[in-house]
Design a protein around this ligand. Structure first.
Ligand code: C2E
Ligand code: MG
Ligand code: MG
Ligand code: MG
Length: 289
């Protein structure tokens, strides 16, 4: 590299950083008004039963349609919403939207649709977490058995006592509990003993490395078998290609979720997927982009 090039590269990086900082600054500032301005959207991505392509559930994934930045990913604003506390109201908004969409699917006669919603630690540790969920479900007359609450492992260690209690309360109401991003935290296995989990979502990093890393393959197989023996339903996240699907088929993994079946899509598009009731893996995984 010539010196000049080096300099330009530095400049490039620093202006990129400035844009990032500026974006973050603006997002943090605008977050407060985003609900009122109706800038949030919910996209849906199906989880698929591997052996018959049936739709097991749809996961709600929030998007922010920002006037300056376009569609912003939750990776860029969930942590900001957690910092400012806006996550609590945002979470309620998401659940209301999902419940209202669920009612609409029932009206259209799509049959039982299970809905999976993400909750972060800040939301989970709110005093009336379970009561708030039950209230919103009742408000929209959604049967609690159709709701899956996705929690992450790291959240469960924070206050294991409260976590055990609230998971029990959710399940007593008929709500199902999923452990998201499984395998990324530490001492994952002990959670299975201490918490009564209905669904485990194996983190996308497993499928990502399955074809190249032997240890990953062995661990993934172990997770598939372990969850089977424990009667926990396993969803494999980040399913992008046929090789990965073959692995899951060979090892009788229960369910997969990823671009190979469908990207997260807006309401209009999940509609036509739900109407079919099935979702097949597609070679061209940009179909639903
Ligand atoms: P997550 O719950 O683990 O969701 C999976 C993420 O992987 C989603 O990113 C999804 O779009 C993406 N994904 C799905 N299939 C594939 C694939 O085949 N390949 C790849 N590379 N990625 C795939 P997204 O939508 O950007 O969401 C990121 C995270 O933000 C979520 O991770 C979840 O932790 C959080 N999140 C999303 N919506 C909400 C929400 O309403 N509330 C809260 N508290 N968190 C949310
Ligand atoms: Mg999730
Ligand atoms: Mg995940
Ligand atoms: Mg995640």
């Amino acid at each position: 590299w010539s010196k000049k090039e080096g300099k330009n590269r530095y400049k490039f990086y620093s202006s990129e950083l400035n844009i990032q900082n500026y974006k973050q600054f603006q997002l943090r500032h605008d977050l407060r008004m985003a609900i009122k301005k109706e800038q949030f959207l919910v996209y849906y991505q199906p989880m698929i039963r591997i052996k018959n392509n049936n739709i097991l559930a749809v996961e709600a994934l929030i998007r922010w349609n920002h006037p300056d930045w376009g569609i912003v990913s939750p990776e860029e604003f969930i942590f900001l919403a957690e910092e400012t506390g806006a996550i609590v109201e945002m979470g309620k908004w998401v659940l209301r939207k999902v419940c209202s969409d669920h009612r609409y699917w029932i009206q259209k006669g799509f049959g039982p649709v299970y809905i999976s919603v993400n909750f972060s630690g800040i939301q989970f540790y709110e005093r009336d977490f379970v009561e708030n969920i039950k209230e919103i479900l009742a408000e929209y007359e959604v049967d609690p058995q159709y709701l899956i609450v996705e929690l992450t492992e790291s959240l469960l260690i924070e206050n294991a006592y409260k976590a055990v209690e609230d998971i029990q309360k959710l399940q007593a109401a008929g709500i199902k509990v999923a452990l998201d991003d499984f395998g990324t935290g530490y001492s994952s296995l002990s959670y299975l003993k201490n918490f009564n989990i209905d669904i485990i979502k194996m983190d996308a990093s497993f499928l990502k490395n399955i074809l190249t890393d032997k240890t990953t393959t062995i661990i993934a197989k172990a997770i598939i078998n372990l969850t089977k023996e424990l009667h926990i339903k396993l969803v494999s996240e980040g399913l992008e290609n046929w090789e990965q699907l073959s692995f899951l088929r060979e090892n009788n993994c229960f369910s997969g979720q990823g671009y190979l079946y469908s990207r997260p899509v807006p309401l209009e598009k999940i509609d036509s997927i739900l109407e079919k009731g099935k979702c097949r893996p597609v070679l061209n995984n940009t179909t639903f982009k």
